[in-house]
Write a protein that binds this ligand. Structure first.
Ligand code: ZN
Length: 345
């Protein structure tokens, strides 16, 4: 079948590839309809690796996807041929300790689409477990369905933050993950959500589409502390760190009220120093996340209910046959762009 294949670092082709696999009784076969390009796809394209995951052989790209079911296994209930769905891309070992403990995202044996050596879903059809395939309500588009994957990180962050009505939040990083985390926090009950970044076009994007929900802080001009002080706040209840920038950690405790919590989402490229005493003096707590667990149905509900308007996030679309151009564009993404979507034939 035809697929978008990362042949090696720096080289993508759209070509025929033999993908094996038989449909199991609890699987569905899906024809992908829309697939978003993720930062991780671009990273594998440019660097050939992320940490210990190295592209040593050709790999089909893509893991943020929606599609149509074209075949169901004999034991599948609740899903049928023709259903519009989105897919959670990490398949755990259902007997692992982590899975049994409800942390299937942390199962070392998880097979995650487009993470070497596992093929992704930018191809003509994929086989996937029915229990990781979620039906889209009629008012949720294929594009919104494909966005469910990155949004899942934001919704999981909001869940981990244990948001209480009226909490205030400060999000560092205005990339896709920063924006969806901020939107999830606002929808989950935060009264004020600040988003801080150094990239003006990203902040302009937020001002254009989400000024009713989010307040931007331009880090090249202001310090978040002075913004909080001007707003009469001693600090925020929650900091979401979605930039991965080591510099944020220098003053991260200062932004929080006593008893506040931080959710660490961004991945710094190297270990960062951390002020333990500053944390203790305020009894701050830290939550971390790795991808997400048990949130896809919540994400779909939030989109369907209108609580999460994510349509503006897609700033450019490509056809499947133009996937090489799509990845080239994503690899040098202008700061004014957010999510690049590939429409499958
Ligand atoms: Zn992704």
């Amino acid at each position: 079948m035809k697929a978008v294949v990362l042949e090696q670092k720096g080289k993508i082709t759209v070509r025929d590839i033999a993908l094996d696999g038989a449909l199991g009784p609890e699987d569905v076969r899906i024809k992908p309809h829309a697939v978003g390009i993720c930062g991780s796809d671009v990273h594998y394209y440019r660097e050939g690796r992320i940490g210990n995951f190295v592209v040593n052989s050709p790999m089909v790209l893509g893991h943020e996807a929606s599609g149509i079911i074209i075949e169901t296994g004999s034991k599948v209930r609740g899903l049928a041929v023709g259903d519009r769905v989105c897919m959670e891309p990490g398949i755990p070992d259902y007997r692992s300790i982590e899975t049994l403990q409800g942390m299937y995202n942390l199962d070392p044996a998880v097979r995650f689409w487009a993470t070497p050596p596992i093929h992704g879903c930018l191809c003509e059809s994929v086989i996937h477990p029915a229990n990781l395939t979620f039906k889209l309500p009629d008012n949720v588009s294929f594009h919104e369905g494909a966005l469910a994957e990155p949004i899942a990180i934001g919704v999981y962050s909001a869940k981990k933050a244990a948001i209480r009505p009226g909490d205030t939040a400060l999000v560092f990083g205005a990339g896709t993950i920063g924006i969806v985390s901020a939107l999830a926090a606002a929808s989950a009950g935060c009264s004020t959500v600040y988003v801080a970044d150094v990239k003006k076009p990203k902040l302009d994007f937020i001002n254009k589409h989400y000024a009713d929900k989010l307040t931007v802080i331009d880090l090249t001009k202001t310090d978040p502390l002075s913004v909080l002080t001007d707003a009469g706040l001693r600090g925020v209840d929650i900091v979401f760190e979605a930039s991965g920038a080591a510099k944020v950690y220098e003053k991260i405790c200062d932004y929080l009220v006593p008893g506040g919590r931080m959710v660490l989402i961004g991945m710094p490229s190297a270990p960062v120093p951390f002020d333990v005493v500053a944390m203790q003096a305020k009894e701050l707590s830290i939550e971390t996340i790795f991808r997400y667990v048990n949130v896809f149905p919540r994400v779909i509900n939030m989109i369907a209910s209108g609580k999460l308007n994510v349509k503006p996030l897609i700033t450019k679309e490509y056809t499947f046959n133009d996937a090489v151009a799509a990845f080239e564009y994503a690899a040098t993404l202008p700061e004014s762009d957010v999510k690049i979507m590939i429409n499958c034939p």
